[in-house]
Design a protein around this ligand. Structure first.
Ligand code: TYD
Length: 125
C-alpha cells in the first residue's frame, strides 16, 4: 500500500488510494517533538491509515482493555479502525506522522477521556 523509494538524494513515499480500504476524505500530518505524548483519544466512527513520514514513532493502542505497542519507522504504516484508543510519541528528537482519514474532521467523533472510552467500548460489545 505504501511504497518508499530511497536513494542517495533522499526518499519518496507514495500511497495509491485505490489500495486503501476506504476513500480518504482528509489528510493531516503531525510534527512531533521529543517527550510529548500525543493522541490520547479514540474515534467513534473513523478509519485511518497512519504512517511515519519522518523519524521513528512509538504507539500504544488499546482495543478496550487490551493494550499493544508498536514502533514504526519511516515508511511504515498501520490501519486503525474505529474504537481504538491511541497514544504516540516520537523516539528521538522529532518525527512526522501522516494520516489518511475516512471522514472530515469532527470533534464529536472523538472520545478524549479514557474511562469514557472503556465504558463506550463495553457498551458496543
Ligand atoms: P488532535 O486530534 O487532538 O491531535 P493529537 O492527537 O495529535 O494530539 O488534534 C489537535 C487539535 O487539532 C484539536 O484542537 C483538533 C484540531 N484538528 C483539526 O482541526 N483538524 C484535524 O483534521 C485534526 C486531526 C485535528
Amino acid at each position: 500500500m505504501l511504497k518508499m523509494l530511497s536513494d542517495s538524494r533522499g526518499s519518496l513515499g507514495t500511497i495509491e488510494f485505490v489500495d486503501l480500504p476506504f476513500i480518504p476524505q482528509r489528510f493531516y500530518w503531525v510534527s512531533m517533538v521529543e517527550n510529548e505524548v500525543r493522541g490520547k483519544h479514540a474515534h467513534k466512527n473513523l478509519e485511518q491509515v497512519i504512517f511515519v513520514q519522518k523519524g521513528k514513532i512509538k504507539f500504544q493502542f488499546y482495543n478496550g482493555a487490551v493494550q499493544s505497542t508498536a514502533i514504526l519507522h519511516e515508511g511504515e504504516y498501520l490501519y486503525l479502525g474505529s474504537s481504538i484508543w491511541r497514544e504516540f510519541e516520537c523516539i528521538g528528537e522529532s518525527a512526522i506522522l501522516g494520516c489518511l482519514a475516512s471522514q472530515a474532521y469532527n470533534e464529536d467523533d472523538y472520545i478524549r477521556d479514557f474511562d469514557a472510552y472503556l465504558e463506550t467500548f463495553n457498551e458496543i460489545l
